[in-house]
Design a protein. Structure first.
Length: 211
């Protein structure tokens, strides 16, 4: 089991590296536009008389179409309709793709990155070990205390996170839960701090697995 967890951890690191490379290869902003903006920002930041405090509105959640449904490896889970999961394990080693007992999936678009892992763990009732695995040290930062609930007889742990994987997606969330003889973990990077809980709720609402 520990060897399987180590293999999954190495695959997760490869996916995050790919995400960072893709971000680095994205078209760079036009300097003719960015420099005046930077100058204006600097001037705006110069000290002035302190204004009266005003209320700061909460960021608006990004709208996602959550009509997609992934079904494979004897489980199903919801996802945004404009992205598709691919088997990271199979891409890294065609001779050892994901299977019922363990796996690693990822999906991404310009404003979203989702990762799912699972591990055979008969008798396990606490999914926290897989939550620890999907959260990458030095990249993912837990925000606040985790939420622990029971949803449709599944023990579920979820938590908000901040991500340093790419500046385009600095927020996110992660969760882990048990279903039958397997433990699942899910992670998302988002452009705002409000989208992750709704994305996870919608994904888990359509989740089923062969118990």
């Amino acid at each position: 089991m520990f060897q399987n967890l180590y293999n999954l951890a190495m695959q997760i690191k490869a996916v995050l590296l790919l995400l960072i490379i893709l971000t680095a290869c994205a078209p760079q902003p036009d300097a003719a536009v960015q420099i005046p903006l930077a100058v204006a920002s600097t001037l705006t930041a110069l000290p002035t008389n302190a204004p009266a405090p005003i209320s700061t509105p909460l960021p608006s959640p990004t709208s996602f179409n959550l009509a997609g449904l992934f079904c494979e490896y004897q489980f199903c889970i919801g996802h945004p309709v404009d992205i598709a999961f691919y088997d990271v394990s199979a891409q890294q080693n065609p001779a050892a793709p994901s299977s019922y007992s363990q796996g690693l999936l990822a999906a991404y678009s310009g404003n979203l990155f989702i990762q799912i892992i699972w591990q055979l763990a008969p008798g396990a009732s606490d999914p926290n070990f897989l939550l620890d695995l999907i959260l990458e040290e030095g990249i993912d930062t837990r925000l606040g205390a985790p939420s622990i609930t029971s949803i449709r007889n599944m023990n579920v742990i979820s938590i908000a996170i901040a991500s340093a994987a790419t500046s385009l997606l600095p927020y996110g969330g992660a969760a882990a839960w048990t279903c039958g003889d397997r433990v699942f973990a899910w992670k998302v990077y988002t452009p705002d701090e409000s989208s992750a809980p709704a994305l996870f709720d919608a994904a888990l609402a359509r989740f089923i697995c062969n118990r």
